[in-house]
Design a protein around this ligand. Structure first.
Ligand code: KIV
Ligand code: ZN
Length: 514
């Protein structure tokens, strides 16, 4: 058995299935490049058959990534598999991941198929996928609630057809660690050709046990973990990549396994994914939360100063935390800016992008004396910098609020290049500003979530606002940052509207039948 654990990242596929987390092709490509820098073994780039946009995103990632295997999900049918194969055509290393549900509940109620039909379709799917790729993965969806004998029959058959990775999905996060570990062990022992495949774990976090279940699977012989950055994913999310990697590295005495990951890229990747998707990271989140290390929580400071190991089992710098440094100011030139951007590992796509970011930096530096690394990172998640196109754009905002007076906002917007002015009163300055925007745009969307976080510390910090909008069953997240949190709110709202009007309808691979 290999002593290496394969890290399969599915942020761009399972993570993106989380309502509101939909990303553009450019954003996915940006995350894929960062995942390559993080040195994940496999990047599940998407579900190519979901829409033309998803297909193009998988293709762009397959054409670009050189150092990780690029994978596309496909339901167990020829059409999905052909689409995945086409999108992956130019990948240096590719994988087709096909799946079908095997639990009695899913087979009967969702697929409306008999177990024999499911077995046949699984075999055909793997056989067909092998026409396009040597590297084929098969997942029994809802595997953890499937009947053991039937699961063994299906898995033995698909390994015979050439599936090289078998991924046991705990689709609804129902498993508990000892049981899930036992399942992996039993499957490996009972299936005669089990040694021909790498066993993989794929756990959801509905009961808060995704990481624990995955690690139980690893102890039982699984050698691939499927996971997402920050545990992003539908409902309570997926297994968090950063937690699995740091558990395996920190407790090598228990797991005895190596991972290829460059752990110093963990925090930059976490920030990028959070900025792009608009899913903030909770402060007490393991590894990537702002309070995750003792030096930040204050209470153990004394012990840490005397001997850091008293309260620290990992070093903050090993996972990519940098000290809050004043890095640049208003006199810093383009070269100093470019150098710091490179040191932070932010990929610069073009001179045009660098120039746009530098212009934003100068604007910010005029208003804020000290620019921190986090401010620079936030600049690069600004869509104006990365996409150069926004349908709705904030030109300026003025708001007035005083005790005893109704707050009033006046916003100047560009809508597809045309400038418009709108005014409104509201319950507070943020409410007035968003109402003024809505009065002009008339999106009819519902505000599902509004949250503000400080990007750095102190009252000088930029505020980062996330808004979630829902309309006709679609959900999008928008993010905006500014020294003025009312302006940050307006930017976040417009960012969400841009997504609402541009992202297209797509199929969810799991809730739609093959
Ligand atoms: O959770 C799940 O069952 C999945 C499969 C498609 C692997 O994501
Ligand atoms: Zn899943």
């Amino acid at each position: 058995m290999t002593d290496r654990l394969i890290i399969f990242d599915t942020t761009l596929r399972d993570g993106e299935q989380s309502p509101g987390a939909a990303m553009t092709r450019e954003q996915k490509l940006r995350i894929a490049k960062q995942l390559e820098r993080l040195r994940v073994d496999v990047i599940e780039a998407g579900f190519a058959a979901a829409s033309n946009g998803d297909f193009e995103a998988v293709r762009a990632i397959a054409n670009t990534i050189k150092d990780s295997i690029v994978c596309s999900l496909a339901r167990a049918n020829d059409k999905d598999i052909s689409r995945a194969a086409e999108a992956l055509q130019n990948a240096r290393a590719k994988r087709i991941h096909t799946f079908i549900a095997t639990s009695p509940l899913h087979m009967e109620k969702k697929l409306r198929m008999t177990p024999e039909q499911v077995l046949e379709q699984a075999k055909l799917a793997v056989r067909f996928a092998r026409r396009f790729a040597d590297d084929v993965e098969f997942s029994p969806e809802d595997g953890s609630r499937s009947e053991l004998d039937f699961l063994c029959r299906v898995l033995e058959a698909v390994i015979k057809e050439g599936a090289r990775t078998i991924n046991i999905a705990d689709t609804v996060g129902y498993a508990v660690p000892h049981q899930y570990g036992e399942l992996i062990r039993t499957l490996r022992e009972r299936i005669p050709n089990s040694d021909k495949a790498i066993w993989s774990v794929h756990c959801h976090n509905d009961l808060g046990m995704a990481v624990a279940n995955s690690l139980a699977g690893v102890l039982a012989g699984a050698r691939q973990v499927e996971c997402t950055i920050n545990g992003l994913g539908e409902r309570a999310g997926n297994t968090a990549l950063e937690e699995v990697v740091m558990a395996v590295k920190t407790r090598r005495d228990v797991f005895g396994l190596d991972v290829r990951i460059d752990t110093t890229q963990i925090v930059p990747t976490s920030k990028l994914v959070s900025n792009i998707t608009g899913f903030p990271v909770q402060p007490n989140k393991a590894v990537v939360g702002a309070n995750a290390f003792a030096h930040a929580s204050g209470i153990h400071q004394d012990g840490v100063l005397k001997e850091r190991q008293t309260y620290e089992i990992m070093r903050a710098e090993d996972v990519g935390w940098t000290a809050n440094k004043i890095v640049l100011g208003k006199l810093s030139g383009r070269n100093a800016f470019k150098q710091r951007v490179q040191e932070l590992g932010i990929p610069i796509e073009s001179e045009e992008e660098l120039n746009a970011a530098f212009a934003k930096f100068k604007e910010l530096a005029d208003r804020k004396a000290e620019i921190f690394d986090e401010d620079i990172q936030a600049l690069f998640s600004d869509e104006e910098v990365t996409l150069h196109q926004e349908y709705f754009k904030l030109v300026s905002l003025a708001q007035r609020s005083a005790t005893g007076e109704p707050p009033h906002a006046r916003v100047v917007l560009k809508i597809n290049g045309r400038e418009v002015v709108s005014e409104s009163v509201g319950n507070g300055p943020v409410d007035a500003s968003l109402k003024a925007i809505e009065r002009e745009v008339k999106s009819g969307s519902e505000l599902l979530l509004y949250s503000v976080n400080a990007i750095t510390t102190g009252t000088e910090s930029q505020g980062e606002v996330t808004v979630r909008l829902g309309r006709a069953g679609r959900i999008v997240n928008g993010v905006g940052s500014d020294l003025d949190i009312v302006a940050a709110s307006a930017k976040a709202y417009l960012n969400a509207l841009n997504k609402l009007y541009t992202t297209t309808e797509r199929i969810n691979p799991q809730t739609s039948t093959p």
